[in-house]
Write a protein that binds this ligand. Structure first.
Ligand SMILES: Nc1ncnc2c1ncn2[C@@H]1O[C@H](COP(=O)(O)OP(=O)(O)OP(=O)(O)O)[C@@H](O)[C@H]1O
Length: 256
């Protein structure tokens, strides 16, 4: 099987400071990879390098595109990368307002993504928007409301609907449950788990919350000071951590 994503020697510095270095891994279709580590370990830098938001100083990010097969997204043109962002990729931000258009209705937020990939028929677009609102447990009668009228949890669910409606080949998620109340997090996590399973999603999920990776990720990479210090199957890494830092990370949570 061709990997969906091949990450080779990715490195990013901010002046003399290491953002991330020497990151190598493959992601296969239908796989969910968790990236964990404490604050400042380089998780967001890595995710942003992979999603084309930051240009790495070195390395390759080879993505198996729908249109042309495997392509290095680091060296591809900016317009081509932006097109990938609208078609093959999706990015779920920690703060829903970074991933939503706050002055556009909920239905419009979902419909816009569909139009970006060529949908034109108003009735079809609206029907799919309503269907996706339902899938993320937002009542149909909220379709014309703006996200600013939604709670934080609803906004996050809307952001997820907007991202998944076009059935992207790869979903990047940056702390998708961060900043929400614990009970809201649990519900969102449950919903995400259902969607990941139903859709067979391929995803990269950055989080500092081991419960998130325990529930969602097949595999795990543990980062410290910009480097991957341990990786493997999620259950294996969490139940039998080999690296002292992973042991510390796991033991610092009571129960995951
Ligand atoms: N724009 C920037 N300019 C300078 N240094 C940065 C910048 N962004 C990140 N860094 C540094 O790069 C390193 C990795 O940061 P990064 O934000 O990727 O970590 P993180 O694991 O995602 O942390 P958090 O969970 O707090 O977001 C840190 O030392 C950080 O201070």
């Amino acid at each position: 099987m061709t990997p969906l994503l091949q990450v080779k020697g990715i490195e990013k510095h901010y002046g003399a400071r290491i953002g991330c270095a020497d990151v190598n891994f493959d992601l296969f279709p239908g796989e969910v990879m968790g990236i964990v580590g404490e604050s400042g370990s380089g998780k967001s830098t890595l995710l942003n390098c992979l999603a084309g938001h930051l240009t790495p100083d070195a390395g390759q990010v080879i993505f198996d595109t729908r249109a042309e097969g495997p392509v290095d997204t680091v060296t591809m043109s900016e317009p081509a990368r932006r097109m990938l962002g609208r078609t093959d990729w999706a990015f779920v931000h920690q703060h829903a307002r970074d991933g939503l258009r706050m002055n556009v209705s909920a239905g419009g937020n979902i419909g816009e993504r569909l139009m970006a990939v060529g949908a034109r028929h108003y009735g079809d677009i609206r029907a799919r928007a309503v269907d996706w609102l339902d899938r993320v447990e937002i009542a149909e009668n909220r379709v014309d409301d703006r996200p600013s009228a939604f709670s934080g949890g609803m906004q996050q669910r809307l952001q997820i609907a907007r991202n998944l409606v076009t059935e992207p080949r790869l979903v990047f998620m940056d702390e998708p449950t961060g900043g929400l109340d614990v009970s809201v997090q649990a519900r969102l996590l449950d919903l995400l788990r259902g969607l990941v399973r139903q859709m067979g999603l391929s995803a990269l999920i950055v989080t500092h919350d081991l419960a998130v990776v325990r529930l969602l990720a097949d595999r795990l990479m543990v980062m410290k000071d910009g480097h991957v210090v341990e990786s493997g199957l999620t259950d294996q890494v969490l139940d039998d951590p080999q690296h002292a830092y992973t042991q510390l990370l796991v033991s610092s949570v009571l129960q995951v």
